[in-house]
Design a protein around this ligand. Structure first.
Ligand code: 5AD
Length: 348
């Protein structure tokens, strides 16, 4: 028993984890390890962020994508979904609604859709910043050139989310077709940080081909790159993708990894993701008990939510819906947490 606490205290003190410890934690069904991880992660989060949970309004503005990632429901070759695009005006209306509801960060997320030229994207970013000067704009629209990222930044975008998906090059190839590369993904992340974005990476838990070694590399990347945000959630099969028959990722492993990420990189902004909530109706609250401190409710128009199907049964109502923020507030309150009405920037 002492051992368990000692192992986990070591992660807390040194902000690092070795492969053996990671393997022990991943394999363990020991309740004590889980409780200890959760307790320590919660303690660290409370100390740095109090009982505040940051909210981000998610605007899924296009489900067109030029990429063909094997796991993703909006991949180019999926002809079984209805494609849509929101206009700049639509997006601004979502932001207005979000502002009224108390959101001070808007996340513009979409497939890699060349319809949105640099100029168009920049005009959308600056329109939101002009109207809602006290808000942060986060982009999550994939791999671009340094120059394009710089234009977005100069137009006023504050943050950028680009999950690295896996930090193992061979594993990366198992998840993506040949025209995508791990090198370019990482190049993008370093460019974003250099330009000045608060930058987020992340990965799916339980993706095809993932193992202790690849997860160890993911954690190593987090320790080295020191992202401002990390998004992780269980892989969930989408029935019209090459990975339709792969098994879903585990909620428990996701929780363990959330806690470890909190301990190795304490100041990180760490969402309890939609995928976690999709797999478990209490996913948000569980995530928060393991060190998550961000929730990203959906602000997209209903027709968009229904078609932004990156995996099967993706949650977009109740706790996941921006318009039900009172429900979210109530559920968080039961666990002793409050929603912060602020931008919620990274702060070290
Ligand atoms: N299951 C879980 N997460 C997925 N993503 C894409 N497809 C799936 C899936 N089937 C994640 C990827 C991507 C993010 C937007 O959603 O990590 O970066």
């Amino acid at each position: 028993m002492d051992d368990v606490y000692k192992i986990i205290d070591n992660i807390c003190i040194n902000h690092t984890i070795d492969r053996e410890t990671l393997a022990t934690i991943i394999d363990s069904k020991d309740k004590e390890i889980l409780e200890c991880l959760s307790e320590r992660a919660r303690y660290v989060t409370r100390k740095l962020f109090g009982n505040k949970i940051y909210i981000r309004g998610l605007i899924e503005f296009t489900n067109y994508c030029r990429n063909n990632c094997y796991y993703c429901g909006i991949r180019r070759d999926n002809c079984n979904i209805t494609r849509y695009r929101l206009t700049g005006e639509d997006i601004l209306l979502c932001a207005d609604t979000g502002y009224e509801l108390g959101f001070r960060t808007f996340v513009l997320q979409g497939g890699e859709d060349e319809y949105y030229s640099d100029e168009y994207m920049c005009s959308i970013i600056s329109a939101i910043k002009e109207k809602h000067g006290d808000c942060a704009v986060t982009l999550s629209i994939g791999e671009k050139s340094f120059e394009t990222y710089k234009k977005y930044y100069d137009a006023g975008a504050d943050r950028y989310l680009l999950r690295h998906e896996t930090a193992d090059e061979e594993h990366y190839k198992m998840l993506h077709p040949d025209n995508m590369s791990y090198q370019n993904r990482i190049r993008c992340l370093y460019d974003l940080k250099r330009i000045g974005f608060q930058t987020g990476c992340g990965f799916m838990v339980g993706s095809y081909g993932q193992n202790v070694d690849t997860i160890y590399k993911d954690l190593k990347l987090i320790m080295d790159f020191k992202p401002h945000m990390v998004g992780i959630g269980p892989f969930i099969a989408q029935h019209n993708t090459p990975f339709a028959d792969q098994k879903n990722g585990s909620v428990m492993l996701t929780l363990k990894l959330l806690a470890i990420i909190r301990l190795i990189h304490p100041h990180v902004l760490l969402p309890a993701t939609t995928a976690l909530q999709t797999m478990d109706e209490n996913g948000h609250n569980k995530g928060i008990l393991y060190g998550a401190n961000v929730i990203m409710p959906n602000l997209s128009p209903m027709h968009a939510r229904k078609n932004y199907i990156i995996y099967d049964n993706k949650a977009y109502l109740g706790n996941e819906a921006a318009e039900s923020i009172e429900l979210l507030r109530c559920n968080l309150k039961k666990a002793g947490y409050e929603i912060a009405i602020s931008r919620g920037d990274y702060n070290e």
